[in-house]
Design a binder for this molecule. Structure first.
Ligand code: SAM
Length: 354
């Protein structure tokens, strides 16, 4: 009995997500946009992030905060710099959006920095399964708050997970929709209702590009919340031109359990779907005041000093190391991973100031 029932029970949530998307396709008259498909695959109650999907060693992919606490220590320094720039207000808010399980929040709140006592930490995470993992000293919300504040908005690897419209060149630009056939999801192309003006007139047959309206919407909403302070976005970027002229497999990716996943219409709800963020599209709504690589940004905010401090602490305590000494020593390896020019170090940091 156990052998028969266990696999069916395990498959239940996935089955109902497939049912949910199939019902939406029926209700829409035969197809939904890729954007709608992606949003449901990731964020429906049985979607990837609402069930098992998450960042971390035991999760599906490693992000900078998940490398270790060093990233949060550097971000804490950048928060201090911003607090000083805007005149050391008594109350300073950190609004982290797309918090995942709250690892960056934990590292920042454990770090030593001057404005710690002025800090209010608000985490915005759409998936309740991830909000449930947040530390108790932060405020957890499902969507952006309404009131503006003095402070810093942080989004680490959020923008690459926002659902987007997918355009495909097939003699002319068409939009990708998703339908069902014989129990599988299938892509169909339709004339788009509107054509972004920046699309090139022509492209190679089969060329693809993401149209990231939700990225622009998020940026303008986030910037609208900041009275005095900054918006910091950490992510992987390309340009729309690079997306059109390169292979779509280089920017439209799926991940599961630290491996690249299957085609984005397969394994629905069991794999992450992500796209590089298009830098030119970001700049359409509001160009960032500053763009740097993650390695340059971390150096500017003192990662080398923190590593040296870690090294010295280890040397002083190596004979009888405590937990802190081990953490301090691990800063060396964390910095290498965070600044690796072939990996996280090549990510970009976009900064807007208000
Ligand atoms: C790639 S994970 C990054 C998690 C974390 N920031 C990190 O760096 O480890 C993206 C997270 O953003 C969340 N997310 C996606 N859209 C969101 C939205 N509109 N508002 C808040 N969170 C969102 C997802 O549920 C997921 O937890």
């Amino acid at each position: 009995v156990l052998v028969c029932t266990l696999p069916i029970w395990l498959k239940l949530p996935v089955q109902s997500l497939v049912d949910e998307i199939s019902a939406a396709i029926d209700a829409a008259g035969g197809a939904i946009s890729f954007e709608d498909f992606m949003a449901r695959a990731l964020y429906s109650p049985n979607g990837f992030y609402s069930t098992s999907g998450r960042a971390g060693r035991r999760g599906d992919f490693i992000t900078s905060p998940e490398v270790g606490p060093l990233f949060g220590c550097v971000v804490a320094r950048a928060i201090d710099t911003e607090w000083q720039r805007v005149g050391r207000p008594k109350k300073f808010t950190v609004l982290e959006v797309g918090t995942g399980p709250g690892t960056l929040a934990r590292s920042i709140l454990d770090a030593q920095f001057q404005c710690r006592s002025a800090l209010d930490y608000i985490a915005v995470e759409v998936a309740s399964a991830q909000r449930a993992l947040h530390p108790s000293e932060i405020v957890s919300l499902a969507e952006l708050p309404l009131d503006s504040f003095d402070g810093v908005v942080i989004a680490n690897e959020l923008l690459d997970n926002l659902a987007f419209r997918l355009f495909v060149f097939d003699g002319r630009w068409q939009e990708a929709f998703v339908t069902t056939q014989d129990g599988n999801f299938l892509e169909v192309l339709r004339s788009p209702q509107d054509l972004p003006y920046w699309l090139p007139e022509t492209a190679a047959h089969g060329a693809r590009v993401p149209v990231q309206d939700q990225v622009q919407k998020f940026l303008s909403n986030a910037l609208g919340l900041i009275e005095h302070g900054a918006l910091l976005v950490f992510d992987y970027f390309l340009t729309s031109h690079q997306a059109v002229s390169g292979s779509w497999r280089d920017w439209l990716r799926t991940y599961s359990r630290h491996q690249q996943g299957e085609h984005y219409l397969r394994q629905v709800g069991q794999q992450d779907i992500t796209s590089h963020v298009m830098l030119d599209q970001v700049s359409l709504s509001s160009a960032p005041d500053h763009v740097s690589t993650q390695s340059d940004w971390l150096r500017k905010h003192g990662i080398d000093d923190l590593v040296e401090e870690g090294r010295q602490y280890w040397i002083a305590n190596a004979a009888k190391p405590d937990l802190k000494a081990v953490k301090m020593r691990s800063r060396v390896a964390e910095a290498e991973a965070l600044c690796d020019p072939a990996g996280l170090g090549s990510f970009k940091v976009l900064e807007w100031r208000r």
